[in-house]
Design a protein around this ligand. Structure first.
Ligand code: APR
Length: 263
């Protein structure tokens, strides 16, 4: 169901959400593709979604990588599949007011940690420091054996697949492929931060992909509070204490202003 809220309803919901965040002892944020739509990156699902147009990708992306890592790298370097459109928009994208709002909440000491499903690096570009990129970062490469991460230029692509300078394991993009387990170090941080969290702020995620979608439910299940910012109803709407319906880039600065004025 769609429908942006009236200004009056939005104002009172911003106040309710702001009060819950200020009452939170350990506030954690979770974001999805929706927060980067106003930076020119398409979401995956819903209106205008990449998967809505092309269909969800096969769930065995990682198994196919393991079956032929050299071939995968050759394909990647040729950049001739659907994903190249996505990669190109990511390369050009800049953080928008919603990314900056979350970075400011961190600076204010209000937001303790941020979990993002986005690989676009825009939270880091906006200045967020305490962040777990649960699906990886498109700018990085990762060893599938020891989880060491590298910037692209640190790894020679003369021989394919490239191997880890640290342990000799196979290197792949840091982006988590479908069917690939979440890297254990990142997952551990997400689980730890969620277990400390008594108020979760969810921005721009349909909350249908696990394990990320389970974190807000866990916070609610543990007696915590949940605030959702999304253009449309999501899987979290029924369990959210406050749903702010509209564009993240317009709503998040208002929420930060309320919090700053009442700190
Ligand atoms: N402001 C706020 N919310 C928005 C905006 C906007 N401007 N535009 C879209 N949205 C919302 C949509 O209504 C939707 O609920 O953002 C959400 C995006 O959902 P998805 O496209 O499903 O993205 P996400 O939840 O991040 O997907 C999770 O699925 O395909 C995998 O690995 C991919 O990380 C991704 C994961």
């Amino acid at each position: 169901m769609t429908g942006q809220q009236s200004d009056e309803a939005m104002k009172s919901n911003i106040e309710r959400a702001g009060k819950l965040i200020l009452a939170g002892k350990y506030v954690v944020g979770i974001t999805g593709a929706g927060i980067s739509v106003e930076s020119g990156i398409r979401p995956f699902r819903g209106p205008g979604g990449l998967w809505t147009e092309h269909g969800e990708p096969p769930m065995d992306g990682y198994q196919r990588f393991l079956a032929d890592p050299k071939g995968h790298w050759e394909q990647r370097l040729k950049r001739d599949n659907t994903m190249s459109e996505f990669s190109q928009t990511i390369e050009k994208a800049q953080p928008n007011p919603a990314h900056h709002a979350l970075a400011e909440l961190e600076k204010l000491g209000v937001l303790r940690y941020l979990i993002t499903q986005n690989v676009d690096n825009l939270h880091r570009a906006a200045g967020t420091k305490k962040i777990a990129e649960i699906h990886g970062n498109h700018r990085k490469l990762r060893c599938i054996q020891c989880n060491s991460r590298y910037d692209g230029e640190e790894i020679s692509l003369e021989t394919l697949p490239p191997l880890c300078p640290h342990c000799g394991g196979i290197i792949k993009s840091d982006g988590v492929s479908f069917g690939e387990p979440i890297p254990s170090d990142t997952l551990r941080i997400c689980v730890e931060e969620t277990s400390k969290c008594d108020c979760m702020l969810s921005v721009g995620t349909s909350a249908v992909v696990y394990p990320a979608a389970g974190f807000p439910q866990q916070v609610k299940g543990g007696g915590g509070t949940l605030i959702e910012v999304d253009l449309y109803e999501t899987a979290l709407t029924p369990i959210s204490d406050v749903s702010l319906r509209g564009k993240a880039g317009e709503i998040m600065p208002q929420l930060v202003n309320y919090i700053k004025a009442n700190l």
